[in-house]
Design a protein around this ligand. Structure first.
Ligand code: PEP
Length: 256
């Protein structure tokens, strides 16, 4: 489960939320990997607040470049030094809000993996693309393009997030059937790009208005391995409920 805090909170608020989340989740973090993604400037205090816990900290983006004359960009080494071990790449608010291309997303993926980071690679179709019947095509195109030159070994550090753009921050989540179909398609594509065991083992998480009311249903779907959570990660009881739904899924898997 990832908590994408987006461009919210000041330093005191971030430390308070990280500490409260840590306390609320308690033993859930032994069953579910939980990563918080604060703004760049908040990575260090959040990492300090989570030190000694099983929770990790990630960046919401990184530069495709290693270092140099790239004003305003932040490198993988910089976020790692601040305490981040994960990075979100290809979030729709960057693809669509900042016109990040598939190629740039692919370059960032290679840079982050090459720097030893784990990544959450976001893919997802817009409302228009879904209505035109192109959802699967778009998701597969984004996946393929992001993974060009990514080795099988590096795939152990990749989580794919299916995030339909129309569901992010809108209160509208994908239907269980649509989410399952999209995840299944992505898994099949991973199997064909690499091999069947890899397709089975890569974690594919859902993002888009995940909340306490829909998390149990969505997290129980066969091809859904967790979630990337925006708004609900800013409220401790809501994030706890969503993470508890993922923990219930883990427990059900272990029972089989
Ligand atoms: C996100 O930002 O990745 C996200 C899924 O946001 P929300 O949960 O608010 O829809």
């Amino acid at each position: 489960m990832g908590g994408n805090w987006k461009m919210n909170l000041d330093r005191a608020g971030a430390v308070k939320l990280a500490s409260a989340t840590r306390e609320a989740l308690g033993s859930i973090t032994s069953a579910v990997d939980v990563v918080l993604f604060p703004s760049f400037t908040l990575i260090e205090p959040v990492a300090t607040a989570l030190a000694g816990s099983a929770m990790a900290v990630g960046a919401q983006d990184c530069s495709a470049e290693a270092l140099g004359a790239f004003t305003g960009q932040v490198s993988c080494d910089m976020v790692k030094e601040a305490g981040a071990t994960w990075c979100v790449i290809g979030h729709s608010e960057r693809r669509h809000g900042l016109a990040e291309s598939d190629d740039l997303v692919g370059e960032k993926v290679l840079r982050a993996l090459g720097s030893g980071m784990k990544i959450v690679l976001c893919v997802g179709e817009t409302k228009q693309e879904r209505e035109a019947g192109h959802a699967h095509q778009v998701n597969v195109r984004q996946l393929r393009s992001a993974l060009v030159d990514v080795t099988e070994e590096h795939m152990a550090h990749v989580v794919v997030a299916y995030e339909p753009v129309w569901a992010i921050g809108t209160g509208l989540s994908a239907s269980p059937q649509d989410a399952q179909d999209a995840h299944h398609q992505l898994r099949r594509e991973l199997a064909s790009l690499y091999n069947a065991p890899l397709g089975d083992s890569v974690r594919i998480v859902y993002g888009g208005s995940l909340n306490p009311a829909n998390a149990s249903t969505l997290c129980a779907l066969p091809d859904v391995d967790g979630g990337l959570v925006g708004g609900a990660s800013l409220k401790v009881p809501d994030f706890l409920a969503v993470c508890a739904a993922a923990a219930a899924r883990t427990a059900a898997n272990l029972a089989h």
